[in-house]
Design a protein. Sequence first.
Length: 73
Amino acid sequence: MRDIEFRTGVIKPIEVYKEAWEMIKDQYWIVFAVTLVGMLIGGAVPIVLIGPMMCGIYLVLFQKHEGRPVDFN
């Protein structure tokens, strides 16, 4: 097993933000666009999937109402 090295010290938030800015500043708009699109798709997935999910639920309920067996296939 490897020995895990722990570093002790103070985290300086301003320095962290400066380092992060230095990493992305040459391609800021690409990073911004990727983040924005990812957030939009992530937020839209529940909206996109709610229709098929509700149809599936109602199909199961209709099958049960008609006395047919219900399964996950």
